[in-house]
Design a protein around this ligand. Structure first.
Ligand SMILES: Cc1cc2nc3c(=O)[nH]c(=O)nc-3n(C[C@H](O)[C@H](O)[C@H](O)COP(=O)(O)OP(=O)(O)OC[C@H]3O[C@@H](n4cnc5c(N)ncnc54)[C@H](O)[C@@H]3O)c2cc1C
Length: 434
């Protein structure tokens, strides 16, 4: 099977990655061409799968391939929230049943716990923080009602929440933009590119990581021939963890769409400016609507993440203007400085928020569809995928395997027209949450 779809090439580097010291990509092609397992895609999902395979079968040779460099894929471009539940602001709307939701959260919690352990074991310097307040905020009456309903739902599941009034939020964030907030379920905040790098650079000895090496074609059955820009490899088992680009393998073609979202950093702010951003050194503000704006105060800078576009990255000038407007709306007292780093990132989105997960044909394993919360979900699913392949069974894996897959989507041009209409409609509904 030869691919027609290219792995993403972005208009600008990840702002998080730019802030880190230079790193040499791993490009040394191994002399052997035969591997027990090849993993395609070294985001959080692929890193977790490769690591777990090496842990479970220490003698096996594993090849982990990525089309880009570590820190530059979506895994190094996100906002660094380690969320327990991707539907946090809209748990009520998603119609989650209590028991199912609790199992879901246990699954993702296991991802957070594993990441925490790896960060500690390998001394990964990624600013892992659990005490920073990460508050889901509402700027509109509709957002407030939605958050209040979410809070009730959480409480009914036995999940503790804290409420914040407008004046408390003003004290924390330094803006009167928000009227209500709740805090729960976000477990940690990280520097995502630093975490991504740290995980890649601490892989067990059995894993060979090869960056800047897109996979162009894959044979139909095991043993698989994996054709890449650096020649062919042969593998007994293949793991597809390249998220949206699994479509190029014919996987999830009628189940996943690509949505770009955008991030930016302010320049480093001086003391006077920082004092306008509330009393505390670092904070996080998540939106009450999924089309809303996420913010973080990170030591001397602000992060702003917003915007959604279907399958195509917006022009950099348009992205800059959009993010500047959302930032100014929230912090009108700040100086009119230019945003310093502005970038886009691509995520796979499914209609029902479900994932393609499992052994889709003999010895071909897949975990894709990681939407907007793949740091934790991608991690646990990559780990469980390796366990599935190695015959290790657990309650977590059973809980993962009983979940439904992604819903079918109509073909183009209906799909694109529908998705664009939905984005416009939801952005309108989100209103000032954007
Ligand atoms: C701006 C932004 C903010 C976000 N904020 C958050 C957040 O705060 N918290 C959170 O949990 N999630 C967030 N996300 C989502 C999160 O980044 C993704 O869910 C996560 O990266 C998915 O991980 P993954 O490993 O499944 O896929 P990816 O990170 O997409 O990794 C897939 C890898 O496959 C590689 N690849 C693709 N095709 C090929 C090929 N043919 N051959 C070889 N390699 C290939 C790509 O280069 C890529 O590195 C955000 C995303 C964006 C864009």
């Amino acid at each position: 099977m030869r691919f027609r779809e290219k792995a993403p090439a972005y208009a600008a580097p990840s702002g998080w990655n730019v802030l880190l010291p230079k790193r040499m990509a791993r490009e040394r092609v191994p002399s052997g061409r035969r591997f027990r397992s090849v993993v395609v895609g070294a985001g959080y999902t692929g890193l977790a799968a490769a690591r777990r395979l090496a842990e479970l079968a220490p003698g096996d040779e594993i090849l982990l391939l990525d089309a880009a460099t570590i820190g530059e894929g979506a895994s190094g471009r996100n906002s660094g929230y380690l969320l327990i539940n991707p539907g946090e602001p809209s748990a009520s709307a998603a119609g989650f049943a209590g028991e199912w939701a609790v199992r879901q959260m246990a699954l993702v919690q296991a991802g957070v716990d594993w990441l925490r352990e790896l960060v500690a074991t390998h001394a990964i310097d990624c600013s892992w923080q659990e005490a920073v307040p990460a508050i889901t905020t509402a700027a509109t009456p509709r957002g407030e009602r939605s958050l209040a309903a979410t809070r009730e739902r959480y409480e009914s599941w036995g999940i503790a929440t804290e409420e914040y009034s407008a004046s408390e939020l003003r004290r924390i964030f330094g803006t009167g933009y928000y009227r209500y907030g709740i805090r729960s379920l976000t477990r940690a905040l990280v520097q995502p590119a630093a975490l991504h790098r740290g995980l890649a650079d601490s892989l067990p000895a059995g894993v060979t990581l090869l960056e800047n090496t897109p996979v162009h074609a894959l044979s139909d059955e095991a043993p698989f021939t994996v054709e890449t820009s650096r020649g062919e490899f042969v593998a007994d088992r293949v793991f597809i963890t390249n998220n949206l680009h699994a479509r190029a393998f014919g996987l999830g073609r009628d189940r996943m769409v690509g949505i770009y979202t955008y991030g930016a950093f302010t320049p480093e702010l001086d003391r006077d400016q920082l004092e306008l951003l509330g009393e505390i050194a670092e904070w996080g503000a998540l939106p009450a609507h999924r089309m809303g704006t996420t913010m973080r105060k990170i030591k001397t800078r602000l992060l702003i993440r917003s915007g959604d576009s279907y399958e195509r990255e917006l022009e950099p000038a348009a992205v800059r203007a959009m993010l500047t407007e959302h930032y100014r709306n929230r912090f009108p007292a700040m100086k009119a400085h230019e945003l310093e780093h502005v970038w886009g990132g691509l995520t796979a989105v499914t209609h029902n928020g479900a994932f393609l997960f499992g052994e889709v044909k003999p010895r071909l394993f897949v975990s894709v569809g990681c939407g907007g919360a793949g740091v934790t979900r991608g991690t646990i699913q990559g780990k469980l995928l390796a366990e599935l392949a190695c015959g290790l069974r657990s309650q977590l894996l059973r809980d993962r395997l009983v979940q439904n897959g992604p819903d079918w989507l109509p073909p183009e041009p209906l799909r694109g027209a529908g998705a664009k209409l939905q984005i416009c409609w939801e952005q309108w509904i989100a209103g000032a949450e954007r």
